[in-house]
Design a protein around this ligand. Structure first.
Ligand code: GBH
Length: 487
């Protein structure tokens, strides 16, 4: 037969894993319950009362601290293989250090993990999703190199307790959000602007903390427990606005500053920060009168520690940006000045509720192929992909976006990308950081007005369930009602 014209139904293999994700600050609530310590997000939203768009912060959030049984029930309704959630560091170690352990906080995760395992849903645990213990921020947070040891100690406590039960670990969620949005004027906690170097110090320390935790697991836990340890990195796609030399160069800078800076030390052939990032920041620093580069060096030993320090790349992918040179922030020194890129998005791309979020599924395909060529076919788990809407159950735009991206993912897999799994962000509506609950990412709607934070399946929950069951993406499938049941 004429292979070219043969219609092929692309399917996800049987062993491809489907999951759903949340993070501690965004869903748990119980911000000071049962001995929990303060996190940087607690302090940030309490001291800056107007920072959260609709005023709904993480104090109560989706109240998963009390609703964990319902959360697992939802995961059973969806039929997912795993649940990605994060542990709140200050809930279990209130002052951040391992000398004081909060058993009551641990009890919550004991319950959640046991409930998941009871129904054969794999826990995928993120150790750090933006909520540093405030006590450690008081000591400089991730800008202090001691943070490497703080994190390693915390990781040891968690691995010891859960290595038996948890086989998927993510050390850090999105170092670029932690360091660039948190330490260089991006509006995320702790809300600092350390453009002179603190943000780059953070990048180095977060990477090394990750690597230390990875090596710790490798040395002390892997043999007995056979788990996988990765790191989640925001790999959105960046394309030239139009193909001029200036734009293509700016696009390369965008990719290297936005994700190469985290990928190259772990998956790059030579390791270390990308050459372009080093040369730009070194040169600018000199011009700015600094004695040494604002980008800290990685020693030979650190390069070695980092190289290969992940069993999988957790890829968080939401959207695509079109790149040209230029910046909206003209202060120098600043990271935006170093990067010298201006972003826009296709006018024809469908907009989500979040200003930065447009649907451009081809970008997921291109990002995967780029990773294959530049980082030698890393094993990938999509650890986040999702879409924001307003409230309401009929979320056709989320369905369209999910189908289009899963279709692109199937093509990327067919063209050789080693993708082991996909995680929908998010299982349920939650606190979208400073956007509060004004942007909803949930497969399940949460009624934040209700005492019990009632969860109700959206159309997308039923469609996702059907995709997981059928292993294929059917554009025309529709459920007969919005009723969802455990099957
Ligand atoms: C992920 O990162 C996070 O891991 C997750 O917690 C989050 O809920 C999800 O995506 C959806 O956003 O308003 O233009 O200033 C995304 C990190 C941080 C990206 C805030 C957008 C604000 C950009 N997000 N950032 S803007």
């Amino acid at each position: 037969s004429d292979g070219w014209h043969e219609m092929r139904i692309r399917k996800f293999k049987k062993n491809f894993l489907f999951g759903a994700a949340t993070s501690a600050y965004q869903v748990e609530g119980g911000w000071d319950a049962d001995g929990k310590g303060e996190s940087i997000w607690d302090k940030y939203v309490h001291e800056n009362r107007n920072v959260v768009a609709d005023g709904r912060n993480g104090d109560v959030a989706s109240d998963s601290y009390h609703n964990w049984q319902r959360d697992v029930q939802m995961l059973r309704e969806l039929g997912v293989d795993f649940y990605r959630f994060s542990i709140s560091w200050p809930r279990v170690l209130p002052n951040g250090l391992s000398n004081e352990v909060n058993e009551a906080g641990f009890k919550y995760y004991d319950n959640l993990i046991d409930e998941l395992l009871k129904y054969e849903i794999q826990p995928m645990v993120t150790l750090y999703h933006f909520d540093l213990p405030q006590a450690l921020q008081d000591l400089g947070g991730w800008a202090n190199p001691l943070s490497i040891t703080w994190f390693e100690d915390y990781a040891r406590v968690i691995f010891k307790r859960y290595a038996e039960k948890v086989k998927f670990w993510i050390t850090m969620n999105q170092p670029n959000t932690i360091c660039i949005e948190g330490y260089a004027g991006g509006g995320m906690a702790p809300g600092l602007s350390l453009e002179e170097g603190g943000a780059y110090e953070c990048v180095k320390n977060v990477l090394l903390a990750h690597a230390k935790a990875y090596r710790l697991y490798e040395k002390e836990f892997e043999k007995e427990h056979q788990g996988n340890v990765g790191i989640s990195i925001a790999v959105n796609w960046f394309d030239a606005l139009v193909n001029t030399t200036e734009n293509v160069e700016a696009t390369e800078r965008a990719r290297e500053f936005e994700f190469g800076i985290y990928l190259n030390p772990i998956w790059g052939k030579e390791g270390d920060f990308p050459a372009i990032v080093k040369s730009i920041v070194d040169k600018k620093s000199k011009e700015q009168g600094f004695k040494t580069s604002r980008l800290p060096k990685l020693s030979a030993a650190e390069v070695k520690l980092l190289k290969g320090s992940a069993d999988f790349l957790g890829m968080n992918h939401y959207t695509t940006f079109l790149v040209e040179p230029g910046t909206t922030k003209y202060e120098s020194p600043s990271i935006e000045d170093d990067r010298n890129t201006k972003y826009s998005q296709g006018p024809e791309w469908k907009p989500g509720k979040s200003s930065w979020l447009k649907s451009a599924p081809y970008g997921l395909y291109k990002a995967c192929i780029y990773l294959n060529f530049n980082y030698d076919y890393p094993p990938i788990i999509i650890t986040e992909h999702g879409w924001s809407t307003g409230p309401g159950l009929g979320d056709q735009s989320r369905v369209d976006n999910m189908r289009a991206y899963l279709g692109a993912l199937l093509l990327a897999i067919e063209d050789g990308t080693d993708v082991k799994g996909y995680t929908a962000w998010s299982l349920m509506d939650n606190v979208e950081w400073t956007a509060g609950t004004s942007e909803r990412f949930g497969l399940y709607e949460v009624d934040f007005e209700s005492e019990s934070k009632t969860r109700t399946a959206r159309l997308s929950a039923l469609v996702y369930k059907h995709i997981i069951e059928s292993r294929e993406v059917e554009d025309n499938w529709a459920p007969s009602s919005l009723k969802i049941e455990i099957t």
